[in-house]
Design a protein around this ligand. Sequence first.
Ligand code: PEP
Ligand code: MG
Length: 325
Amino acid sequence: AQTAYAALRDKPATTRDGTTLSLYMNAGLMADLPSLPKCGATGVGLFRTELQFLIRTTVPKRTELAALYSRILDAAHERPVVFRTLDIGSDKVVPYMKRTDEPNPALGWRAIRVGLDRPGMLRMQIQALIRGAKGRALSIMFPFVAEAREFHAAREVMERELVRERQLGNAIPASLKVGAMLETPSLAYAPDSFFEQVDFLSIGGNDLKQFFFAADRENELVRRRYDMLSSSFLDFIEHIVGRCSRHGTSLSFCGEDAGRPIEALALAAIGLRSLSMRPASIGPVKALLRQSDLVSARATIDAARREGVPSVRPALEAWLQRSGI
Ligand code: PEP
Ligand code: MG
């Protein structure tokens, strides 16, 4: 199977009925980057920046981070890389930050909430990203945005750093895209103006699913209890797709489900055109998409939903069999 996937590396993720998806990879280390040319991803759709902060006893230095971000962009050879700012706090504990015990860390003081309350680290990271870009294109995404005003506040921090870097005589990115992760249901109901102003959105399916079903993604007793292919969750994702397409907002889906072929097919069928996943999933997802007729998959999903099924998975699996896939 490995070699069959390797043969697909330079082929597009185009379905039988002619829809092309962009498949990106997730990364978090310099060591992940050699996978990029090997798996044939369009770019890095999610670069998680936590690791460099979690593995040390002191705050990483801005110059070290800038050097790392620069090497990541070098290794990507002009393919786009979306850097997510720090998603720490609560469960992801860094030893150099004062922490309070929280009863529900996943719902607690984390990610952009920390970034906005204690902007020192966020500012330092933004400076490192701008310096690492060395005048190249840069995409930055803020994690765990629950309300539009959090995005606007974070973007303001970003704009202020940009002005400051320019004043210091540092190179400014040739283009700068600033996006948000949609991983709390509330953000799906943000005002229209938010969808118009954000440069892109990426659905963080791991967190979004856990909050949608109120089922802890770390808890073995409940984490597999609800299906991503449940009719309710697909309806919700479709609502997000609809809002983005009405406002011309670029949307992608990262999170583990994007790397599961049937889930990826369902996401494509309800309108996603960009998915980001672990590198090893690109081949299997692309192979299935290339064999699938999206309009027919969509009709199967819609028929199952009209019947009131809890999950469209059985219907999709039967469709795959009927289609000889
Ligand atoms: C997600 O929540 O889906 C996501 C991609 O982010 P993380 O898994 O790092 O929370
Ligand atoms: Mg998340």
